[in-house]
Design a protein around this ligand. Structure first.
Ligand code: ME8
Length: 648
């Protein structure tokens, strides 16, 4: 078993902001796999890290009045502190600003260039700044919005280097065909094929020259390397690529990259293509997990629905959080989080099921046998079902864990826990205690403790703190090993139990909702106060009054709103500005119903160069404010003004 190696990674997180519960999800899952695989005898290497370059981070740092490295250092420290609190057993925390890594990125870029896989040209196209991605016209939503985040793109032109991604369409399709296990869950394959591969891939622009904060192209330092090449290569640097050949050869290719669904494209298309071009073997699997939503909504700071893991850990412990994340959600799908769900599961699974089993088992042994694990000398047929279930649970858990189905793996263990509690009700030890002959009571108590010992082994990879607590209460001293879950009877009669605290005390949900909310709000506020935003920072260069005067901005009355005949998400707005009437195409359909707009005054840029949106020409743009979560509000004047008026 000793020569089995396993390499697993989380994404390399953007330290653009502190990580929230959503980011924690993948890290907790990766940690559980690492511990489980180690249990199975694998030598496991677990990589996580921070993806520190790019325009977004450069901009955020500037807003905070800091240098990018200074800014990310603070966030990275917070992330590492959180992983320590959660006892995440990573082997490498790779930072993309690490000089070893930057050298690798340069070497990789040069190698690709020398092989003719990268060439220099010009790029002009729609660009999404928050996602740092160029898109093709065909990929845009409503002709203008980024297909990933939904925010408007703008046209950007720059000299750039290109990776010949277009030559890899068939190779990637073949990769999926030959290796149905490569991309999981299966639905992600359809997403990749339908959204990106079906129409053929375009070459990928792999450098930027509009900002500085990145790894310089080694032979042309006007350019920095595209953040995704930089970030993906972290998976190689972390296990020694370029500096520790032995480690690299031991663990590469990766067994699995865990990634969120929105970044599957980078991992399942761009990453294998780059590796093929570099003649480096491909990872064996990409698993695209779902998102944790807050009450079905995306978590975001501006909506005020961010949940940070720290207060949950402080109030309810690491294991409660780990258990909840892995049990509540299906790893491959989105799941909706709220604290009610957390408290309900805490009370039912942790307090009522597991906590109760531990406390009643240890209490009864203390009460009826002076705290000594008794001898099981008097078996009965009713014991068999429990024994059989206990020794067979591991096999099922292993099957689920093969598919990263944490939720069913845990549910299987909980079936054994519930079965054990039922065994107490069936055998009624308090009645048996009245018998002169204690042999049946002793056997029942032994069986309960033995079943709990097996539970303590099974839960170890998911919640090792709890496992240790249970084993301590049972007086078990041996180091925990997987094999111990396969055999009945390993618990030593004569061991002394150690009755101690209740491991998961039942929560008063109404009280806890308030307590948690206070703690989470306090953390959000303290983080908001960390670094004041400089008020004189501008997001764009100054314009002169003459520049401004070129714009014909008008008050316009919306007469009628129609659906665009060829685009689901667009409206045709028929507007009137005094005597002028015109039609503009607008992507505000998901934000307003026609009746909310008709008859209202809005503000319009009237002399925007005409553009054809799916067969309809539009010369004008409505003005609106939009936040980072895509909430949008149209602009108008504070008091009612005549339509047609020019703004000045
Ligand atoms: O994408 N639920 O970094 P990132 C579940 N730097 N997962 C979530 C989530 C949520 N609510 N919100 C975010 C990047 N995530 C790149 C990765 S890898 C070479 C480079 C997940 O910090 C998201 O899906 O923006 C992604 O997998 C991960 O957090 C990191 O996101």
């Amino acid at each position: 078993m000793g020569n089995k190696n396993f390499y697993i990674t989380t994404p390399i997180y953007y330290p653009n902001d502190n990580v929230h519960l959503g980011h924690t999800y993948c890290t907790v899952a990766t940690d559980a796999v690492k511990r489980f695989k180690e249990f199975q005898g694998y030598d496991v290497f677990f990589t996580t890290g921070s993806d520190e370059h790019g325009q977004k981070i450069e901009n955020t740092a500037k807003e905070k009045g800091q240098e990018p490295k200074e800014y990310v250092d603070g966030i990275v420290e917070n992330i590492k502190e959180l992983w320590d609190k959660l006892d995440i057993s990573y082997d490498s925390f790779i930072r993309s600003t690490d000089p070893k890594h930057q050298k690798n990125v340069q070497d990789i870029f040069k190698k690709l260039y020398d092989k003719g896989e990268i060439y220099k040209d010009f790029y002009e196209g729609p660009y999404c700044t928050p996602c740092e991605s160029f898109w093709s016209e065909a990929q845009l939503v409503d002709g203008v919005n980024c297909p990933d985040c939904g925010r408007p793109t703008h046209i950007e032109k720059e000299e750039a280097y290109f990776f010949k991604l277009s030559e890899y369409t068939d190779k990637i399709l073949k990769l999926y065909e030959d290796n149905p296990e490569f991309l999981q869950p299966k639905t992600r394959v359809n997403e990749m094929v339908n959204n990106f591969l079906k129409d053929g891939l375009d070459d990928l622009s792999v450098t930027r020259s509009s900002f500085d904060w990145g790894v310089k192209v080694p032979f042309d330092d006007k350019h920095v390397v595209y953040v995704w090449i930089d970030a993906l290569s972290c998976y190689l640097t972390a296990i020694g690529y370029g500096h520790d050949e032995e480690l690299f050869n031991k663990f590469w290719p990766a067994d699995v990259h865990f990634v969120g669904k929105e970044i599957v494209r980078f991992h399942a298309i761009i990453w294998p293509a780059l590796l093929m071009a570099l003649d480096i073997p491909l990872p064996k699997k990409i698993f695209g997990h779902g998102w944790i939503l807050f009450d079905n909504d995306k978590m975001s700071k501006s909506k005020g629905n961010i949940i940070y893991p720290e207060p949950i850990i402080e109030l309810y412990g690491t294991d409660a959080l780990k258990y909840f994340l892995l049990r509540e959600f299906s790893f491959g799908q989105d799941g909706s989080f709220n604290m009610d769900k957390f408290f309900n599961r805490f009370n039912s699974d942790l307090a009522n099921d597991l906590g109760n089993l531990v406390s009643r088992t240890v209490s009864m042994i203390s009460k009826y046998n002076d705290g000594v694990i008794p001898e099981p000398t008097n078996p009965a047929p009713i014991d068999e079902e429990l024994k059989e279930m206990a020794v067979n649970t591991l096999e099922q858990v292993e099957k689920y864990m093969e598919n990263f189905d944490f939720s069913n793996a845990l549910e299987t263990i909980w079936k054994l826990i519930r079965r054990s509690n039922k065994y107490v009700d069936e055998t009624e030890p308090w009645v048996l205690a009245k018998d002169e002959d204690k042999s049946r009571l002793n056997t029942v108590l032994y069986n309960l403790a033995e079943s709990l010992r097996i539970v303590s082994v099974l839960v170890y990879p998911f919640m090792h703190v709890t496992s240790d607590k249970i084993r301590k209460q049972l007086g078990v001293e041996e180091a925990v090993e997987l094999e111990q879950a396969k055999t009945w009877g390993l618990l030593k009669s004569g061991n002394k139990v150690n009755k101690s605290e209740i491991i998961f005390p039942r929560l008063d949900i109404a009280k806890e909702l308030v307590r948690f909310d206070d703690a989470n709000t306090a953390l959000i506020e303290s983080r908001a106060g960390d670094a004041p935003v400089l008020t004189d920072e501008k997001s764009k260069p100054d314009v002169t009054i003459d520049d401004f005067a070129k714009m014909d901005l008008r008050v316009a009355k919306v007469l009628k709103v129609e659906d665009h005949p060829n685009a689901d998400r667009l409206y045709l707005l028929h507007v009137k500005m005094g005597k002028i009437q015109k039609t503009v195409v607008s992507s505000i359909k998901e934000h307003y119903k026609p009746e909310e707009l008709e008859g209202k005054n809005i503000l319009l840029l009237n002399n925007l160069k005409p553009h054809n949106f799916r067969g309809i020409e539009s010369a004008g743009m409505v003005l609106a404010a939009e936040d980072e979560d895509g909430n949008l509000s149209l602009c108008t004047t504070i008091s009612e003004m005549e339509d047609g008026l020019t703004l000045s």
